[in-house]
Design a protein around this ligand. Structure first.
Ligand SMILES: [Zn+2]
Length: 284
């Protein structure tokens, strides 16, 4: 499951490879957009919003260059979900993932391409309507709209909800995935099932989330460098190993909640693994 900093890195890589270039070809392998052809369109920029990616494109003007105004611009909106990735390829380079998992391929006039594999979601929308697609997101930990007070207020709006679930809900704050959720609870010494209203320093947790993602956004691997020891994790994925603070064995469990009326579950819509130290993070 990509965290916000992975998606941020993917956007940065694609922006460096594509921005300002005109597309020679586009290939959307989802039924709704199978006939859409964006050749001749110019990639303006690629940005991330929480765990969503937006490729913004301008249509060709009368001279073939990008039309200057905002009219008619389109955004390719995608979400990496559990297994997805976007990769950049030099001209002629072989794809590193199976072709049948490709959902979108964009090729610029210089032969550079960006290919989205196993995307959880892919749609092409008017750039002016991006708000409908990602407007439900809370403040983005790595975005221009970051607002810690608003993120904290969003979390506090449901004081009885488990903090481990509230942190994953992208409507509260955007960018925390399961690894960071577990590490944040450890660093704050709270059990993930602790109700939000009982967390002693919620503002501190929000500030730590921001620090973690900022510290890792330039790194190539998904680590919690600068916080976890030796660039590893404190508890995530360490079931049965000694806690790095107190030597108690790290435990594994699950945390899930029903969504009223649908019978499905929240927290990216499924039950998710939690890792915690029962001594450092007692459930009060
Ligand atoms: Zn411990």
């Amino acid at each position: 499951m990509p965290e916000g900093d992975n998606v941020y890195q993917a956007a940065r890589r694609m922006n460096a490879a594509l921005a300002g270039k005109r597309l020679a070809a586009s290939d959307f392998r989802v039924p709704a957009f199978a006939t859409l052809d964006l050749s001749g369109w110019t990639v303006l920029e690629v940005v991330s919003r929480g765990k969503h990616l937006l490729h913004r494109l301008a249509p060709p003007g009368p001279d073939g260059a990008a039309a200057p105004g905002p009219e008619g611009r389109l955004s390719i909106h995608s979400h990496l979900s559990m297994e997805g990735s976007w990769q950049v390829y030099a001209p002629g380079e072989r794809w590193r993932k199976p072709a049948h998992t490709a959902r979108a391929a964009l090729t610029t006039e210089d032969g550079t391409s960006a290919v989205g594999f196993s995307l959880g979601m892919l749609e092409v929308i008017a750039t002016a309507e991006e708000g409908d697609a990602v407007g439900h997101l809370g403040p983005d930990l790595l975005g221009p709209d970051w607002d810690p007070a608003r993120a904290e207020a969003n979390l506090r709006a449901q004081p009885d909800r488990a903090v481990g679930l509230a942190l994953l809900d992208q409507r509260n704050l955007a960018g925390v995935g399961n690894i960071y959720r577990c590490e944040l609870c450890f660093l704050a010494r709270v059990h993930p099932a602790t109700p939000v209203g009982d967390v002693p320093d919620l503002a501190g947790m929000v500030a730590t989330a921001k620090r973690l993602l900022e510290a890792n956004k330039a790194r190539s691997r998904n680590t919690v460098g600068g916080f976890g020891p030796r660039n590893g994790t404190w508890v995530y994925g360490r079931t049965g190993q000694p806690c790095l603070r107190c030597r108690t064995r790290v435990r594994h469990g699950t945390l899930a909640e029903p969504v009223p009326g649908t019978g499905t579950r929240l927290g990216d819509t499924r039950e998710r693994d939690i890792y915690y130290c029962p001594s450092c993070q007692p459930l009060r």
